[in-house]
Every structure is written in C-alpha cells, then in structure tokens.
Design a protein around this ligand. Structure first.
Ligand code: SAH
Length: 359
C-alpha cells in the first residue's frame, strides 16, 4: 500500500494475520520491494551502517580472485565457466578479484559473470564498476545458466538471509514471534513452534535455550551444492559465524555502525544473524558436495598469501598508505577482530585437488 511505512505495514500484518515469525520479519525489513532496507539504500561504508572486508582492503578481493583462478585450474581450465557472486554489495570484491586475475588471461576469457542481488541501488553500483564484464543479474539461484562449471563467492551474504528463533520451554519448543502491545509498540512473544522447525535444531537443548535456525540458508546451501554437483565447481562462503550450533541468539540490528534494538528503526537498520556453518555444511554434503573448512578468516587469508601481498603493496606505499595497509591487515586477520569471528568454508565438486586456504 503506497504511503504506508514499513512499521505501519507490519502493524497491519500483525492485526490481520497475527504474530509474525522472526524470519518473515527479517525478510520484510530487509527485502520488502518498496521499503526494505536493501531496496532503498547503499548500506556500506562510513556513511552507511556497516563495513565489510572488501571495503576495508583491496587485498581481500585480490586474494579471492587468486583463489577462484586456482579453482578454475583445478577444474581443468574450462573454456567457459560461470563466476557467480552472491550479494556483491558495491561490486568491490569482484572488481578487485577480476583485476588480480589479469595475469591469467585464459581465466578472464572463460568468465561468464553472474550476480545474485536484490538491491536496486547496489545493482546500480555494481553496474558502474563491473559493467565492462557484462554481468547478468539474478534475483534467485534458479535462473542461473545450467551446464557450465560454477565458481561462487559469497562474503557476508548468508548472514543477511533470514533466521527463525526457537525458545526451549520444558520439553517443548516455542517460536519467538513479533506482535504489538496494547500501546501498539512492537514486542517479542512466543507461540508453539510448527512441527517442521524443531528437527532443524542441531544441539542438545535445555530449558530456556534459544536456537536460531534458518530454512532459507539451508535451502540456499543445498541449492548451491546441487548446482556444483551437476556442473562441477566450488563455492566460497565467508561470514560472521560459528562452527558448531549452540544455544544463543545473534540477531542484531546495526544503524550507522552502532547496535540498535531489532524492533526499532525497522527498514533503516541492517539485520543479520551469525551463520551456523555446521548447518550449511550438512545441507551441501547431503546433496553430494565435498566440504573444506570452516577455518578462521585470518588463517585462510594468510594461507592465500595476505602477508606477501601486503608487503608488495607496502613497497610502493607512502607513509599514510602504509599505515592503512597495516591497519587493514590487522583488522582482517587479528583473532580479536575479523580473523576468528569470520569463518570460511568451501563446497566443491570435481576439483582435482582441494581448494586452497584450508590446510
Ligand atoms: N558482499 C558484499 C556485501 C555484503 S552486504 C561485501 O562484502 O561488501 C549483503 C549483500 O547481499 C548486499 O549486496 C545485499 O543487497 C545482498 N542481499 C541481501 N539479501 C539478499 C537476497 N535475499 N538475495 C540476493 N541478495 C541479497
């Protein structure tokens, strides 16, 4: 309904259809076609709400480009392949990756570039920076071309896909939902969980435990695994996350680089939840993909040659640039910064050796 804000729309939905699960809330707040957070803005950078690894340093995308070129070689250097990025943001990662592979012209000649992106403003930025590679945009994985080998990069994509939250009450699970109070404020409430959700919980729960589960992420991992299984290739997933499921909630809203309550600033704050890598790996394995990782982002980038790349850049840098290179190296790798909080995992099929960076 035009003129209706996202909060008004949510109030009306609760009035007409009853309380809304957290996953539907995330989808509405992030991806509502007219008012969704990603549909209306570029959320990245100092003037936005959050910053990501490719925006911190060109080295990140460059190393991922080298990783992709190595995967391509391990696939037997196919004459044509699909290079897909899921949630490419401003296109920075892919631009750095493709620039870094200029020394492998056969790789660049073989690329057919595809971008999975729902955000019109971000598609616009991607077009400016990646237009020369003639990308094809997709709203879903279902429209990708079949057949050609596939290499996928996904940095901070899975954490934007919706989670649902279950709360253990005695021997049963309740689902956390969003409703309105007598004063029409948004509040969390609980209602019995639908039968298909508790089987997705991957830890032994006790009373009051909270489980975050994500049918959307599982479906996406399974779909990627299926595509790789039929066409060969690899998918690299990098995200804020954990290796094994455990009780706890990680849903968070960020507005101008500061946390806010998830039910405030609806449609104006980024909403994410940490990624359960064990759930993704199980989903991809169940359709026949091999798994490497997860490993911490710091170890992964160092194994791909981050230190050497930083040293090469430092040789040509003035003192300001040198300080920036050192600071971004630290931010990307230090265990208390992104080095351990971010985990890296690959799904792969048909490579003649495992992908780089995991051992
Ligand atoms: N990978 C980028 C941006 C991360 S932000 C970087 O590292 O800088 C998340 C990205 O995923 C944005 O581009 C956002 O528009 C996109 N996105 C979020 N939900 C999506 C969905 N359901 N389908 C496709 N893209 C989505």
């Amino acid at each position: 309904m035009t003129g209706e804000t996202l909060s008004e729309l949510l109030r009306r939905r609760v009035r007409e259809e009853g309380p809304m699960d957290v996953g539907s809330f995330m989808t509405l707040a992030l991806a509502h076609p007219e008012h969704g957070y990603y549909m209306t803005r570029d959320p990245l950078g100092v003037n936005g709400d959050f910053t990501t690894a490719p925006e911190i340093s060109q080295m990140f995308g460059e190393l991922l480009g080298a990783w992709a070129a190595d995967v391509w070689a391990k696939l037997g250097s196919p004459a044509r392949f699909t290079l897909l990025e899921c949630g490419p943001g401003r296109g920075t990662l892919m631009a750095d990756a493709l620039r870094a592979t200029a020394c492998v012209p056969a790789f660049l000649n073989a690329v057919s570039l595809h971008l999975l992106e729902i955000s019109p403003p971000l598609r616009h930025s991607q077009k400016k920076i990646l237009g020369a590679y003639n990308p094809t945009w997709h709203e879903t994985l279902d429209t990708l071309p079949d057949g050609a080998p596939l290499i996928v990069l996904a940095n901070e994509f899975f954490d934007a896909l919706p989670v649902r939250q279950l709360v253990r009450r005695g021997q049963a699970w309740q689902e956390r939902v969003i409703t309105t109070s007598a004063e029409q404020d948004f509040v969390f409430a609980e209602q019995p969980a639908p039968d298909h959700l508790p089987p997705l919980v991957r830890f032994a729960a006790k009373d009051a435990d909270i489980a975050e589960i994500s049918p959307a992420r599982i479906a996406c991992a399974r779909r990627l695994g299926t595509l790789l299984q039929s066409a060969t290739g690899a998918a690299l997933i990098i995200d804020y996350g954990y290796r094994e499921a455990a009780s706890g909630e990680t849903l968070q809203a960020l507005h101008r680089h500061a946390p806010v309550h998830a039910l405030e600033k609806i449609g104006e704050a980024d909403l994410t939840a940490h990624v359960d890598f064990s759930a993704l790996s199980q989903a991809a394995q169940s359709v026949g993909a091999s798994i490497s990782g997860p490993v911490g982002q710091g170890d992964f980038l160092l194994r791909l040659g981050l230190r050497e790349r930083a040293q090469a850049l430092l040789r040509a840098a003035d003192s300001n640039q040198a300080a920036t290179i050192r600071a971004s190296f630290d931010r990307l790798t230090h265990p208390s910064r992104m080095g351990q909080l971010f985990q890296v995992m690959a799904f792969h099929c048909g490579l003649n050796a495992p992908p780089e960076g995991f051992i």
